[in-house]
Structure formats: structure tokens, C-alpha cells
Design a protein around this ligand. Structure first.
Ligand code: PML
Length: 265
């Protein structure tokens, strides 16, 4: 198996990225698809594209199952944020950590107020940011779906009209994050101004989507990983997220959507 990774930049900022784990005879096709994606993106053409192709020892590859998925319907992003914050608290994320994550993602989590290239790491108790480089953040890498899981996932997501690349890729990333040592939950919403949905993913509750976590037109978005900072050496967590290859060969269940109510669902 090979890891194929793409990172593109435009106007000196992150533009797009992609991750695949593919057999040797599919490397050229995967790489070409990534270049096409960077050149035909809704954010315009990439100015620089970096491709990294690396052979993996098949004994290193771990196999996993995607989380169950459910959409919690909310009326607008205000309600969506309240629902996501309540869910995070119920998962054991402390109020300071919830506050840090929302405040930083709303104002732009990088030091210059822009989006981070990767995720922030937030200590579940203190709310302190733990990532070594607050502009870059932590990029989750070396994960993909097996061919059969990709087919099954599309079939499952089609039932609720969710079979889109954005959803599939977010699910694979969230699936790897929730397997990482010390992770309690993840909060994410997109930086695409036309995509208002986001999610909270966790080992306990799976992947819970909210159709609105930000106002339409807002370019700010990103990811926060909530970590039991005192229990896990940071290097072990970073190694897992960035280097450990994981192939998801099984999909979870897609539950019927439910309406979130202020009294709690
Ligand atoms: C979804 O609709 O479930 C995906 C939401 C977050 C997408 C974040 C991203 O752009 O990667």
C-alpha cells in the first residue's frame, strides 16, 4: 500500500488537501485525481501543489470501523452551536474547553485570525491549547476507506442524500481522530462559505451532524480535538494522528435524523 497526500496553497494560504491509501497500481490515478481537485477547486486554482507518495509496510496498517452517523436538526446556527456545546459537555468536555474551541473557531483560530491549516488541540479540563504550532495546527494524515467500505458508505449515505465527498472525507477523518489515544471528542465546521454544516464526533456517541453551525457566507471554520492532556503524552497523540496508517474497512449505522430541542435530546 502507498500513502498519497496532497497539500495545495493559494495566496500563501492553505487551499485544499487530500489523503488516500491505495495499492501500488492505483497511485498514479489517485495522484492525478488530487491534482485535478486542486486545479478545479471552488476556491480557484491552486498556486502550489505538493504531492507526497510513500510506500507503507502493510504490517503497520491498522483497520477500523467508521462511526455511526446521525443528523440533529436545528433551526439555525445559534441553536446548532448550543446543541453542539451541550453534547460536548455531556461527553465530559469541560466548560473552559468548550468556550476556547467556539471562541477561537468563531474569530479564526490561527494567530492572524485566519483559519488554521490543521486542528487545534484543546485540553478537556483547562481549555488550554496544546498544539505545538498554533498557525499550522495538527493535520490528520494516512487514512482512507477500503474499496468495499467506500461502496458501502456511498450506499448508506444515499439514503439521506448525504453521499458527498465533504461528508465522506469528514467521516473518515473523524473516525481516525476518535481512535486516537486521549481523544474525548472533536468539533468541526467547514471553512467553505456555502457549507454551514458541522459535527461533533466522539468514541462514545459517534458522528453527530448539525446542518447549521455557522452563518452562510462565513469563511471561518476548522477543527478542535478535545484531549485528556494530562493522561497522554502529546508526542504519542501527534504520532498517531499524523503518521499511523488506518484503513476503514467497515461502515457504521446511519440513524434517522432527529430534532434537537432546547431541553436536550
Ligand atoms: C458533514 O456535513 O457531515 C460534514 C461537515 C464538516 C465538513 C468539514 C470540511 O469541510 O471538511
Amino acid at each position: 500500500m502507498y500513502s498519497v497526500r496532497m497539500r495545495a496553497r493559494r495566496h500563501a494560504r492553505h487551499h485544499s488537501g487530500a489523503e488516500r491509501l491505495v495499492p501500488g497500481d492505483a497511485v498514479d490515478q489517485a495522484a492525478a485525481a488530487m491534482v485535478r481537485r486542486a486545479m478545479n477547486h471552488s476556491r480557484g486554482r491552486a498556486e502550489t501543489i505538493e504531492l507526497a507518495i510513500e510506500e507503507l509496510d502493510s504490517k503497520q496498517i491498522e483497520y477500523g470501523v467508521l462511526p455511526d452517523v446521525q443528523t440533529w436538526q436545528v433551526s439555525d446556527f445559534h441553536q446548532g452551536r448550543r446543541a453542539a456545546a451541550n453534547l460536548l459537555c455531556s461527553l465530559g468536555v469541560g466548560p473552559a474547553a468548550v468556550e476556547t474551541a467556539f471562541a477561537d473557531m468563531i474569530r479564526g483560530a490561527a494567530p492572524d485570525g485566519g483559519n488554521m491549516r490543521g486542528a487545534m488541540l484543546v485540553d478537556v479540563h483547562s481549555g488550554c491549547r496544546l498544539e505545538p504550532d498554533p498557525a499550522r495546527g495538527v493535520r490528520v494524515s494516512r487514512m482512507d476507506l477500503s474499496t468495499e467500505a467506500r461502496r458501502n458508505l456511498s450506499r448508506v449515505l444515499q439514503q439521506q442524500d448525504l453521499d458527498q465527498e465533504t461528508v465522506r472525507e469528514a467521516l473518515v477523518l473523524a473516525a481516525k481522530v476518535r481512535m486516537a489515544p486521549g481523544i474525548v471528542a472533536e468539533l468541526c465546521w467547514s471553512d467553505d462559505p456555502d457549507y454551514t454544516a458541522g459535527y461533533v464526533a466522539s468514541p462514545e456517541r459517534g458522528y453527530i451532524r448539525f446542518p447549521h453551525l455557522k452563518p452562510r457566507g462565513d469563511r471561518r471554520g476548522g477543527r478542535a480535538f478535545f484531549v485528556r492532556g494530562a493522561c497522554v503524552p502529546l508526542n504519542a497523540l501527534l504520532d498517531y494522528l499524523q503518521l499511523r496508517p488506518i484503513l476503514f474497512d467497515r461502515v457504521g449505522h446511519l440513524h434517522p435524523p432527529q430534532f434537537w430541542t432546547e431541553s436536550g435530546s
